[in-house]
Write a protein that binds this ligand. Structure first.
Ligand code: SF4
Length: 372
């Protein structure tokens, strides 16, 4: 039994902590929002110091058999697809390593033919010497498959539920294995059982009412803090961005509400990491950096081979699994979504320094285990 079993009753009969979180999501005037932000900022400094942990996504493949309506990689989009080979991944990784990154997030769609567990294991092994921290954002797996990835050297997974509202979930995931709401919801616990020490969860804001989504996410956080207490837990709050397919978010969340959400999460769960990606614009990222965020990406590409042009020689185009022609002018795979903050890692680091924050590129080394 996992969170999927307890989720309905945890939301219907919320704990005192969840009730106070819900109060923090009520509409606020300017002064109230300022007070919330100040409290959030103080707690972040107390728990994390003046630091910002940096990471980079490395897209391995944009093949996918799912039909998520909001995602550029959906099988319903006739996009250019590729799965990087190991030598190509090494070049992408070298680029990220030279930019300073030591914490990498390997991202791939779901396609058993191209993205097998053995492929993922080989990718992790390829990178483990260069990157002390390797996390994965891939399809939810069985415990033995997760364990193989841990043994290969991966230490974290990110598995976002996208939306905690079951009817909306079924509406936006109409085809493919991702249709299984409960299997996904219990994925972080399977990863924990397999030995992963960093767990990332989250929702994709814009699919459902943001307050309801946040409340369900908070219930999940509270549950995982209790059941997976040895792991470091982080949450990500991606907002929908333009992508192939032109999906339009039915429930957009404003910048002001987004800031309130970050602060409410920090105040309720001061110990968790909060991740902010380059989906958000530079101005908003700079505003949120001192308030509650602890992990940031920078200079990101959301297409396989995007950093160094790898994969251009074996691109192909598919629509619902059927091959379509590729023209000779098309030289790179399609991105998952458009990023907004286009600054380089060095520029982001410089700006964070101006805001009084130290960028942390490496906060973990396997040698720590050897000495403890
Ligand atoms: S969100 Fe993930 S599973 Fe869904 S289409 Fe995109 S890559 Fe595939």
């Amino acid at each position: 039994m996992g969170f999927s079993t307890f989720y309905p009753s945890l939301v219907q009969h919320p704990s005192p902590l969840l009730k106070s979180f819900r109060n923090l999501l009520e509409a606020l005037n300017d002064e109230e929002l300022r007070r919330l932000a100040a409290k959030s900022s103080g707690l972040t400094r107390r728990y994390f110091g003046k630091t910002m942990r940096m990471f980079a996504p490395l897209y391995l493949s944009n093949e996918c058999i799912n039909s998520c309506s909001y995602c550029g990689f959906s099988r319903e989009n006739a996009i250019l697809r590729v799965t990087l080979e190991l030598r190509e991944i090494a070049k992408e990784a070298l680029h990220l390593s030279e930019a300073g990154f030591r914490d990498v997030l390997l991202v791939a769609g779901e396609h058993p033919k191209f993205i097998s567990n053995q492929y993922l294991v080989r990718c992790v092994r390829q990178l483990v010497d260069k990157f002390p921290s390797i996390c994965l954002e891939v399809a939810p797996l069985e415990i033995p498959d997760y364990r193989e990835l841990v043994l290969a050297g991966a230490e974290g997974i990110s598995l976002y539920q996208e939306t905690y509202h079951r009817p909306t979930y079924l509406q936006v995931h109409q085809f493919g294995p991702k249709k299984d709401f409960d299997w996904r919801l219990d994925g972080p616990e399977r990863a924990y059982s397999a030995g992963f020490r960093r767990l990332g969860i989250g929702a994709l804001y814009g699919l459902w009412d943001w307050r309801e989504e946040a409340f369900a996410l908070a219930a999940h956080i509270e549950y995982l803090l209790r059941t997976c207490w040895q792991a470091q837990l982080s949450v990500s709050l991606p907002r929908l961005r333009p992508a192939a397919g032109n999906f339009s978010p039915p429930h957009p969340i404003s910048d002001r509400e987004f800031i309130q959400l970050v602060c409410a999460l920090r105040i309720t769960f001061p110990q968790i990491g909060i991740v902010l990606s380059t989906r958000e614009c530079s101005e908003l990222r700079d505003a949120l950096a001192p308030l509650g965020v602890t992990h940031m990406s920078a200079g990101s590409h959301t297409e396989p081979g995007g950093y160094t042009g790898q994969g251009s020689t074996h691109l192909h185009r598919t629509l619902r699994g059927k091959s379509l022609p590729v023209t000779h002018t098309e030289v790179s795979a399609t991105e998952q979504f458009a990023t907004s903050d286009k600054r380089s890692p060095a520029q982001v680091s410089q700006r964070l320094s101006e805001l009084g924050l130290d960028t942390i590129w490496k906060d973990w080394d396997a040698a720590i285990f050897a000495t403890t």
